[in-house]
Structures are given as structure tokens and as C-alpha cells.
Design a binder for this molecule. Sequence first.
Ligand code: NI
Length: 203
Amino acid sequence: MLRNKQALIPYLLLVAALAGGLLWYQSEQVPRLGRVVSTGKMEVGGPFRLTDHTGKPRGDSDFRGRYMLIYFGFTYCPDICPTTLAVMAEALDQLGPDAKKIVPVLITVDPERDTPEVLAEYVKAFGPSFVGLTGSVAEIKEVEKKFRVYAVKQPQGEAPKGGNYGVDHSNVMYLVGPDGKVIHFYTEAISPDDLAKDLKAKT
Ligand code: NI
């Protein structure tokens, strides 16, 4: 979550950049604009290899053939992360059997505290299909970079759930297709109903 105004500016820039990047991306995929897009393509996402909440190595290639709905957050987050994960859980519930096609994934932006054990305890509250992913600080930084995620430790921030620092971070859900490519993204402001409808249309 974002706790101060300075943090909001890079976040808004990020959302704008993501929107722009995906629009370019989509216009290349579907050339309905009737012209060749020659510049401005921004890659979002890409391959990763992390450790899941059971302690096993898990990478994007393990999910080929299914969609992933990826959210970057952390278990110590007092409000936005649990709210967004609850929206994902509710939307997937609404999809019924179709939800089997989509794996909800939480990638931590706080790998120092979010060990596999901590993630296991946390994700099970949102449903049995949720996968938590963590890694070394360097591994997580690399994945954040690929997904254009903004995440900065705030040592002097409030101490949610007894921790001694918070993490300001972007709140974006990424829909990744069966081929591993990011096909859409959602902000945390979306309702479970709208998310369910859109996932139904796109998967
Ligand atoms: Ni959060």
C-alpha cells in the first residue's frame, strides 16, 4: 500500500507506463489500428524461477497451458494486499469450474520476511488454488523489474502486524496467458464482479 504522496507519483507514472506499454503490445498483436507500430513497445513480464510456498522451485514454465493471475504484495501488508487477494478469490469463486484454468499467484515483494512457511500460512486463507512465490532479494528484484513493479521498503513507515518496516508497492494484477505472455492487467480498484466478467471473457 502507499502511505505518502511522494510514493504516489512514481506509482501513477508506473500505471501510465504499464497502460501505454500494454496498449502498444496489444495494438501489435491485433493490428486493428491499420498501421504498423514501429516504436514504443514495452515488454512487461517474462520468465522467472522462484520458490513456491511448499519450498519447491517453481517457474512460469510450470504453468504453461493455464492462465496465471499474478499479484505482487506481501503478507505483512495491513490492508491493500489482503483486500486485493480477496477480490481475486471472490472473482475466481464466481467463475465456478472455469476457475480451474486460472492459477492465482502471489509474488512477494518482501522476501526477507515472506519465507515459504509464512506464505503457505497466508495463501491458504484465500483458497487452495493460490500459489505463493518467494526467493532471494535479488531474484525478487529481477522479477519486479520484468513486471515493472514498484516496491520500496519503508523502514520508518507504520509497523503493520508487528513488523518493523512496511513496503510501499504498486497494486496491479497481471493476467498471463497459457503461453506465458502478459495479456492484461487490473488495478486493485476493480470489483470482484467486474474481474470475474473480464476473466471469463479473456480466458
Ligand atoms: Ni500491500
